[in-house]
Design a protein around this ligand. Sequence first.
Ligand SMILES: NC(=O)c1ccc[n+]([C@@H]2O[C@H](COP(=O)([O-])OP(=O)(O)OC[C@H]3O[C@@H](n4cnc5c(N)ncnc54)[C@H](O)[C@@H]3O)[C@@H](O)[C@H]2O)c1
Length: 360
Amino acid sequence: MLFCIVQIYMNKEITSGSYSILFKQNGFDRLTNYLNSKNYSKIFIHIDNNTKKFCLDVFLAKITLEKYDLIESCDGEENKNINSCLKLWEIISNNGGDRNSLIINLGGGVVTDMGGFIASTYKRGIDYINVPTTLLSMVDASIGGKTGIDFGILKNQIGTFHDPQMVIIESDFLKTLKTNQISSGYAEIFKHSLIYDLKTFNQLIKNDKINYDLNIIYDSINIKNSIVLIDKKEKKERKSLNYGHTLGHAIESYFLNTEKKLLHGEAIAIGIILASFISNKLFKFSISHVNSIKKHVDSIYKKIEINENQIESIIDLLIHDKKNSHGKINFVLLEDVAKPIYDVQVNKSLIKESFKYYLS
Ligand SMILES: NC(=O)c1ccc[n+]([C@@H]2O[C@H](COP(=O)([O-])OP(=O)(O)OC[C@H]3O[C@@H](n4cnc5c(N)ncnc54)[C@H](O)[C@@H]3O)[C@@H](O)[C@H]2O)c1
């Protein structure tokens, strides 16, 4: 059965404007052909310490590539910043990187976001390719052309829109990924189903465990890509991808330098419960959906205790969220599964009430 599914996905591809999202060995064969046809002056493979250890040899065994340079960054969100970029630009520059160079990002969302950013700015923009190695980067970070780094305590404050030349999905990379990183990526899979696809939502919600088989990964990428294609620059429909992120980002930022530090998806999972509760209060999003979302999330992620002072501080952080404009806090909410509404303003007391619901 698994063999059949893998065979089907080998030759599937998702088109995203100017580039393709390719699967399994077919993707790597296409990459080899692409590199042969393009005659890049320099090829830089961007890795972090973990993807160097766990993914680089696997990747190199799947393609034919005679000459390349490695550029390595330190793993972790705390390194997705301008200092890391300075080092990467320096290595590229010292090693003869020019306008006809290529960067291949082999890693999670930190590597693809930061590698995309350095590619988009080096010599006013060079080509890059994403080979995501975490669940989160496969279904979300590597797709859609948003690149960026964090600034101060705020995430993704500096960035660009710059599409990759291609994205290659190889689920085998997930074999070495830690369980909490799989859960983190699953939050985005679950969110995609909530905002876009009742069928996938029903499939996921009926089990109190994580489902990330290849067809779920494929469907999730398809959802993100379909939304991005309608509204690349996030003027309207793409905002729906921020479901759970307004409060989720603030929670992630708040706990970043504490012992309770959360992974991106762990924070977003809390944000999804909060947004679902608020959706019920403001748009009559079915309470049975809200309760089953909470039950599903609670069964997968550990409960985070958040006291009243911390809730106040998290709400203060919301004001700095880059999705806010004109000083207003904008939420994405749901009328129903697959019926998102964006740019909704929510008052502080309802936000506090939603935290009470999460903690109950
Ligand atoms: N650009 C976008 O549209 C977008 C969307 C969602 C999230 N993001 C960004 O993505 C980032 C989070 O990405 P992430 O969750 O992939 O985190 P990550 O890149 O930090 O990777 C998580 C950890 O797993 C390690 N790792 C990666 N692949 C591995 C493998 N195959 N085996 C073992 N270890 C491996 C990494 O070294 C790291 O320690 C955040 O910075 C977030 O802002 C961007």
